[in-house]
Write a protein that binds this ligand. Structure first.
Ligand code: PMV
Length: 337
C-alpha cells in the first residue's frame, strides 16, 4: 500500500492583494508555517481517523478527490497555519492535497501542475480570486504575479475565464518580517466581492485598484535595489489604499500603528477584514512586543522556505523524497534571525 506525504507553506503578501484579482501585479513570500497531509487509498473517506463522506470534506478536498476519480482515501492532516487570517491556509491545504494525490497516482512532483489543480480547487470553493496563494505555496521563495521578469524566472502561467496570470520568481535581499494576527477570522470571498462591487460601481475605487498596481511595481524595484526604506514606505501607503477600499478594520489599523515606530513600514496582509498585518523591520522583538501589547499575536517569520514537497513510501518502508533541489529550497540570503 503506497502512502504519500506532502507539506506546503503558507505565505504573506508584501504588496498587491485585491488588485491582483483584476490582473495587477502582486509580491508574495512563502513562510515557515506549513500544512502537512499523509494520504493513502482506503475503503472509505477518512480524515484523521474519522469517517467522512466525500461530500462532508472541505470543498477544496472534495474538488481534488473528484479530479482524481473519487477513490476513497484516508487523510491525516496537521497545520501550523491559523485559518481565516490572510496567510493562505486553504491554499496550502489545496497544494498539499493536490501534490499528495498526484504522488499516489505515481506522478513525479510537477509544481506547475500542482499549482493549477490547487488553484482550480480554490476557485471551486470560493468562486473567485487569483492564483497568488496557491502558486506561492507550490513554488516557495518569493513569487510575483503579472510582473515584468527575466525569461528564466517565469514559473508558469494560469488562466481563468478572461484573465491570465504570469507567475514568476524573484530573489529577496535579507529582510525580517513580523506578522500580527488580530485573531479575527474573516473569509476571503466576501471581501473580494466587496472590492469587486465597489470597483464596478465607482471609478474612484477603480483608480485605487490601479494605484495599488503601481505601488506593487515600485515595490519590486525597491526590493531589487535592497531599498528597505522605500519598500516600507510603499507598504504603509498600500495599507492606506486598502483601507480606502474598505478591507481594513480598527484592529488591523491599531496593530499597524503599533508596529510603525519600530518598522520600515506595515500593512494588512491578505484579504483583510481581520486576519493579519505584516511589518518590515530590523527590530523584530520590539515590533512583536508592540503587537502583543495591542492585543495581537505576533509571529517573527522566516522566508526563503521551500514550496510544496512530497514523499512516497510503501507502508513500512523508508520515505522517498521528491521535490528536493527545486526553486525555493535554497535559502534566500540570510533571512533566518
Ligand atoms: O486572505 P488570503 O490569504 O486568502 O488572500 C487573499 C488575497 C486576495 O488578493 C484578496 C484574493 C486573491 O485571491 O488574490
Amino acid at each position: 500500500m503506497i502512502e504519500a506525504t506532502a507539506s506546503a507553506p503558507s505565505k504573506f503578501v508584501i504588496l498587491g492583494e485585491h488588485a491582483v484579482v483584476y490582473g495587477e501585479p502582486s509580491l508574495t513570500l512563502a513562510i515557515d508555517l506549513r500544512f502537512r497531509v499523509r494520504l493513502r487509498y482506503s475503503d472509505a473517506f477518512r480524515v484523521n481517523g474519522q469517517t467522512a463522506s466525500n461530500r462532508n470534506t472541505s470543498p477544496h478536498m472534495r474538488y481534488l478527490y473528484d479530479l482524481h476519480g473519487g477513490k476513497p482515501v484516508s487523510a491525516y492532516v496537521e497545520s501550523d497555519i491559523p485559518s481565516g487570517s490572510g496567510l493562505g491556509s486553504s491554499a496550502a491545504l489545496s497544494v498539499a492535497f493536490a501534490a499528495a494525490l498526484q504522488a499516489l497516482e505515481g506522478q513525479p512532483l510537477d509544481r506547475a501542475a500542482v499549482a493549477k489543480d490547487a488553484y482550480e480547487a480554490e476557485y471551486y470553493a470560493q468562486g473567485r480570486g487569483s492564483p497568488m496563494d496557491t502558486s506561492t505555496s507550490a513554488a516557495g521563495g518569493g513569487v510575483a504575479l503579472n510582473m515584468p521578469h527575466r525569461k528564466e524566472d517565469l514559473l508558469w502561467t494560469i488562466s481563468k475565464e478572461d484573465r491570465t496570470w504570469e507567475v514568476s520568481r524573484f530573489d529577496t535581499p535579507p529582510m525580517t518580517f513580523v506578522l500580527g494576527n488580530t485573531g479575527i477570522r474573516a473569509a476571503t470571498g466576501p471581501l473580494v466581492d466587496k472590492v469587486r462591487r465597489y470597483r464596478e460601481s465607482n471609478s474612484f475605487a477603480a483608480g485605487i485598484v490601479d494605484e495599488i498596481g503601481d505601488v506593487t511595481r515600485d515595490g519590486l524595484r525597491a526590493l531589487r535595489a535592497g531599498d528597505l526604506d522605500e519598500l516600507g514606505a510603499l507598504m504603509t501607503y498600500d495599507h492606506k489604499l486598502l483601507s480606502i477600499l474598505g478591507v481594513s478594520c480598527p484592529e488591523l489599523n491599531s496593530l499597524v500603528d503599533a508596529a510603525l515606530p519600530y518598522s520600515y513600514g506595515a500593512k494588512l496582509t491578505g484579504s483583510g477584514g481581520g486576519g493579519c498585518m505584516v511589518a518590515l523591520t530590523d527590530r523584530p522583538q520590539q515590533v512583536a512586543k508592540a503587537i502583543l501589547a495591542h492585543g495581537g499575536t505576533p509571529y517573527i517569520v522566516h522566508t526563503g522556505v521551500p514550496g510544496v514537497t512530497v514523499s512516497t513510501r510503501e507502508a513500512g518502508q523508508k520515505q522517498r523524497h521528491r521535490g528536493r533541489g527545486h526553486h525555493g529550497e535554497k535559502k534566500n540570503a540570510d533571512n533566518r534571525r
